[in-house]
Design a protein around this ligand. Structure first.
Ligand code: ZN
Ligand code: MN
Length: 493
């Protein structure tokens, strides 16, 4: 297929993130998910005449925190605008949003892939603004009834709309951006980013730059909606790129030849399907909301947000590498699991003084156990000090790595300390003097092996280790190999 080289994919994203506030953006109704329909509404959020909105300070604070983390410019003056359109789940007939003076603009987010699926890149943020959510339409959800129902609980929930420049060049890169953005939002604690509950919604704008003998030609831009997972975003973009290329080959239509189209992703059929034509922004008849005062942002407020940021994922990745001597890939894996898992790792690494060992155990044993149990680190039965105790025993050669895995499994099952688990498994701390004495006995009983060792035939030591392990299962094979070789060399048998 020539398609891989004949065009470049140009992708921009629009992400709506629900901010984690107790109450809605302009009224005191709860934002709790899952309440019975239409039980979290009031005259303000259903738009009764005369009801006046008041801005939720916490929502603005979270938006500001995010904008600062995305390295956006924060203007000192921002205002609210009405975006007018009619839809059954929008009872006011308009959405309160921000049009020409958003609360933040011109930022960026660095993305990279530890496995090199795409080049390192800074994806520029065009703008991030606050707005209220609409309600939810439900079609044919009651058994035996073909009807549509409206739930207005979500109406007025605070959303931060984050719009990128068209800076991504592959579906993998778009997924990489979303993964990094979600991680950042989670570290900031501004959103739970739960896509199933609609806390994070993604629309994508995509077109192609096709190489032709006459130069590069841009195809019409399509907006894709209805993508319910990052995987769906990646697949929808891959499908849409190839579809646009086929349309280009058939029609030769360029950007500007047809109006911008909106297509929905059908996850079952794995195709995009045409929807309505997209409104131009002039169709929304934006105008400043006369019920709300503009917001003034002071340098002190921006500085306060900066102070509150904490250590963000990118900085954390490089610090873990330099503080604990782990590689970029391991740092990436750990950081992507979230702040709590990183804290756990750091506690183990500091206590044992061995970052690499701690990192390997986190990735191989702790994370696998968490996955098997669908558990988060906060609920894990083995505490960081308990794991550190186990790893220290391995470091001191009291037990070998294989036995340590058995002990670890026991610690999870019994929710106990490393020493209790070792006792339960009959693993006694191995006494060095007794081990040396045991090795002497075995060597005395095996003069042929001793002769071989003296001639430098190290193969002979394998059988000796086997015998020693049979006598005492707890001893560390690495340590007894050393003892056998020392004794054979020194002839102190
Ligand atoms: Zn309300
Ligand atoms: Mn929006």
């Amino acid at each position: 297929m020539m398609a891989d080289t004949a065009y470049e994919v140009i992708i921009g994203l629009e992400v709506h993130v629900q901010l984690q506030t107790q109450s809605k953006l302009f009224c005191r109704c709860s934002t709790r998910f899952g309440a019975p329909p239409n039980t979290q509404t009031c005259p303000v959020c259903i738009g009764l005449p005369g009801a006046l909105p008041v801005m939720n300070e916490e929502a603005f604070r979270l938006a500001l925190l995010t904008a600062v983390a995305l390295e956006c410019e924060i203007p000192s003056f921002t205002k609210w605008d009405r975006k007018n359109y009619y839809y059954p789940d929008l009872p006011k007939g308009y959405q309160i949003s921000q049009f020409d003076l958003p609360m933040s603009c011109h930022g960026g987010l660095e993305i990279s892939d530890a496995k090199g699926a795409f080049p390192d890149r800074r994806v520029r943020i065009l703008r991030a603004h606050l707005e209220e959510d609409a309600g939810k339409s439900m079609h044919d959800e009651v058994a035996g009834k073909a009807d549509s129902r409206i739930d207005l609980n979500r109406t007025g929930t605070p959303l931060l709309e984050i719009v990128t420049e068209p800076d991504m060049r592959s579906p993998q890169e778009a997924k990489g951006f979303l993964t990094e953005l979600k991680l950042l939002l989670t570290y900031l604690g501004v959103s739970d980013c739960n896509m199933q509950e609609g806390s994070l919604r993604v629309d994508a704008n995509v077109n192609l730059h096709v190489s032709t003998p006459g130069g590069v030609v841009a195809t019409p831009i399509v907006e894709i909606k209805n993508m319910n997972s990052f995987r769906a975003v990646e697949r929808a973009l891959a499908y849409e790129a190839e579809r646009q290329y086929q349309v280009w080959l058939e029609t030769g239509r360029k950007k500007g030849d047809v109006p911008k189209q909106t297509r929905g992703w059908d996850d079952q059929a794995q195709v995009t399907r045409g929807q309505r034509h997209k409104e131009e922004s002039s169709d929304y008849r934006y105008f400043p909301d006369p019920d709300l005062v503009p917001v003034r942002v002071t340098p002190a407020q921006i500085e306060e947000a900066r102070q509150r940021l904490g250590e963000l994922p990118a900085a954390l990745r490089s610090r873990l590498q330099s503080d604990y001597g782990i590689d970029a890939y391991s740092a990436d894996v750990l950081v992507n699991q979230g702040r709590l898992l990183v804290q756990y790792f750091e506690a183990v690494a500091q206590s044992t003084g061995d970052g690499k060992r701690a990192s390997n155990w986190m990735q191989q044993d702790v994370m696998r156990s968490l996955n098997e149990r669908s558990m988060v680190i906060g609920d894990f039965p083995v505490s960081a000090p308990a794991l550190a105790e186990l790893l220290s025993a391995v470091q001191r050669d009291e037990i070998d790595n294989t036995r340590a895995k058995d002990v670890f499994a026991r610690m999870i099952d019994d929710r106990c300390s490393a020493s209790d688990a070792m006792a339960a498994l009959g693993i006694a701390k191995v006494d060095e003097a007794q081990t040396v004495e045991l090795c002497r006995e075995i060597l005395r009983a095996n003069p042929k092996a001793v002769a071989d060792l003296k001639e430098g035939k190290q193969k002979a030591v394998g059988a000796l280790i086997g015998q020693a392990k049979q006598r005492n299962a707890n001893i560390n094979p690495g340590r007894i190999k050393e003892i056998f070789l020392d004794l054979a060399r020194s002839e102190q048998i």
